[in-house]
Write a protein of this length. Sequence first.
Length: 295
Amino acid sequence: MGPGVDLGLPLQLLINGLVLGVLYALIAMGLALIFGVLEIVNFAHGELYMLGAVAAYFLTTSLSVGYWGTIALTTAGAVGLGALFYEGLLAFIAGRGFERSILLTLGVSMVLQNGALYVLTATPRMETTPYSYRSVILGDVSIPLLRVFALGLALLAFAALYVLLHHTRMGQAIRGVAQNRAAALMVGIDTHAVSRLAVAIGVGLSGLAGAALAPVYSVHPTMGVAFVFKAFAIVIIGGLGNLPGCAVAAILLGLLESVVGGFFSPTLVDSLGFLAMIMLLLFKPEGLFGRGVRL
């Protein structure tokens, strides 16, 4: 490189894209986990992410809970909400028709979104924390500290999920149900409990993403719409139910959006995931990594 080459902007865009990609992965992997175990497309997933962000906002601003306490409480609440969501709805529609699951979860999405609009109005809100105006300086690159925390939380969640799925008996049960529910039932696995746990984890991941992003982006009732459709595109690109493929596709999309938004028109950014999905469906319908290995 010549002495006049400035690498500050490209490095900044790559770091921002990495942070955005891992947060996309949190939402998309929760969606993929639910699909992998139940084969249900959860159209309410974006609104569950939105509820996590709203809960984090009110815990911080109204109850004066600290940043880390807000993260812990929001994630724990999302896990509990996921278990209730399974028992209250998904348990009754699992295996009863793909179309029915789409319609019912879409209905839940509309109820949650419009209920939030009624209670909160459409006014965007911003969560502020003691870390909101602090940054990490790496040479010419300035990274907001909250983005660093979000990146660390996401990576920690991925590591915990990997350990759970690959090194615990419950994780083996989850993978077994995802591979073959009937065979898992025949060998004595409680598929109902496993499915409840999978949904709880999936919703917990979206709640963690909402809590991590609440101080970074504005909080409003429709914030889940854009994220959930991108998450659907990521799940399809990575391979339905394929968690590693989903994570890789999310990070690639985050990097691509950051670079395109930095060097070209920002109006192109929101269409990138869907353009990639369309091209992939035309030439490789099974996704980048296929559906051969579920979870």
